[in-house]
Design a protein around this ligand. Structure first.
Ligand SMILES: Cc1cc2nc3c(=O)[nH]c(=O)nc-3n(C[C@H](O)[C@H](O)[C@H](O)COP(=O)(O)O)c2cc1C
Length: 413
């Protein structure tokens, strides 16, 4: 039986061509015994009729913020609270822009602002609209506010263009919802042994940082964020409330993980401090060692003076800062060491220097395709010694690491 059975979903349908797929989504949810209350935007009614949505959901459809009848039957605040999940599918660029910026000029956007649940957005739009910096900014803001974003998928679009922007298929949305519920519910039907970190809180950093040179240029590195994202996903699956402080990456938010997107090392440290306290801190991000002291406020122009001189200053050491906290230090502080030579001695030196509890060391030398790849080979270095793990997918390494951290945490507390 689906873990969605008996759940109440407030389904917000906005005005995208993919709204026709939402009719099938309602059917799939109803098949799983889900109660679906639908809200249509004015634009959505150009694509699907309230009558077809009401027929499929078997319930009244709401579309008007100022309807006296609707307000008497179920006020908009009550409507925003009366469900287990709030799902926007399709979520137009416009709806997400409103939600990211706190606009509330119709029923759908008002509900998204008034709800006490973290809404889930299923974007669907033309590829240019999706890739537009404004949309990407809005999506990042929604994610960092704790919202989940499912998709979009890549492929041929209704408008004939190709790329990311297609709404996920109804069954893919159902599967993503089921996964989210499984991770979110602490009283999950899974055996406790599979959720050894239930009741624990974890903070993970991932991805590169970007250190501005001027408003359009920056210094960064090749980190894809894949290993850090996989670790956040594994910790959440193991039951930990997980916050992922992420540098700029091109990865989907793992189910059940709250993402806080940042750019620079200084922003990353601030976000980590804001997310504390935690039981576990995993510093998987490739934080730039230096930032530009004399970063320009305007774009630097080529001139007769030759290339500009960049003056670098050291960035804060996020791992050492957290590991050396005198009060509120997480029980387990885990660092990463990406080395091109002398892997274990360098990792052991780092463990001692930073005063962390464990180092995941990986060899990023030329022949190892670690950056951006899906596989990794690591050595676990802690006070007990150095244990090489066999090469495996980043997800497998993350799952094994989550189990190790759960055990070490149990031993310590
Ligand atoms: C034929 C047609 C198809 C559209 N498809 C989409 C779409 O898939 N995604 C999107 O974000 N906007 C799409 N739009 C634009 C939205 O309908 C428009 O931005 C509208 O203001 C959205 O309102 P809403 O967010 O309140 O539903 C489409 C417009 C038209 C005319």
């Amino acid at each position: 039986m689906s873990n969605l059975s008996g759940k109440h979903i407030l389904l917000i349908v906005s005005g995208g061509i993919a709204a026709y797929k939402t009719l099938d989504l309602i059917r799939r949810l109803r098949e799983r015994n889900v109660i679906v209350t639908a809200v249509l935007t004015k634009a959505a009614k150009q694509f699907v009729t309230p009558l077809s949505v009401a027929s499929l959901s078997g319930r009244q459809v709401y579309d008007d913020l100022f309807s006296l009848t609707d307000e008497t039957e179920m006020g908009h605040i009550q409507l925003s609270r009366a469900s287990d999940l709030v799902l926007a599918a399709p979520a137009t660029a416009d709806l997400m822009a409103k939600a990211a910026n706190g606009l509330a000029d119709d029923l759908a956007s008002t509900l998204l602002l008034a709800t006490d649940k973290a809404p889930i957005f299923v974007p669907a739009m033309n590829v240019r609209m999706w890739l537009h910096a404004a949309t990407q900014r809005n999506v990042a803001a929604l994610k960092s506010a704790g919202c989940s974003v499912f998709g979009p998928a890549e492929g041929e679009m209704a408008c004939g263009e190709f790329g990311p922007g297609r709404m996920l298929e109804p069954l893919e949305i159902v599967a993503a919802l089921e996964k989210l519920i499984a991770v979110r519910s602490t009283g999950s039907p899974k055996a406790p042994a599979s959720r050894p970190l239930a009741g624990r809180r974890a903070i993970v950093t991932a991805g590169p940082t970007r250190e501005p040179i001027d408003p359009v240029r920056y210094i960064s590195n090749k980190s894809s964020g894949k290993q850090g994202y996989a670790i956040a996903a594994a910790l959440a699956t193991a039951g930990a409330e997980t916050i992922l402080v992420s540098g700029p990456v091109d990865l989907a938010t793992p189910a059940g993980v709250r993402v806080n997107s940042v750019e620079s090392a200084v922003e990353m440290l601030d976000a980590v401090k804001a997310a504390l306290p935690a039981d576990i801190f995993v510093s998987a991000a490739a934080v730039a060692d230096w930032r530009v002291k004399n970063a320009g406020t305007q774009k630097t122009k080529k001139g007769s003076d030759g290339p500009p001189m960049l003056e670098l200053v050291e960035n804060p050491d996020i791992l050492a800062t957290v590991a050396q906290m005198t009060t509120g230090r997480p029980n387990l502080v885990v660092g990463f060491a990406a080395e091109t030579e002398n892997l274990v001695p360098n990792a052991q030196a780092k463990l001692a220097r930073k005063k962390c509890d464990l180092i995941v060391a990986n060899d990023v030398g030329a022949e190892q395709e670690i950056f951006g790849g899906d596989r990794n080979r690591v050595v676990i270095v802690d006070a007990a010694g150095a244990e090489p793990w066999p090469q495996a997918s980043k997800a497998e390494i993350a799952t094994r690491l989550a189990a190790l951290l759960a055990k070490q945490l149990d031993d310590r507390t």
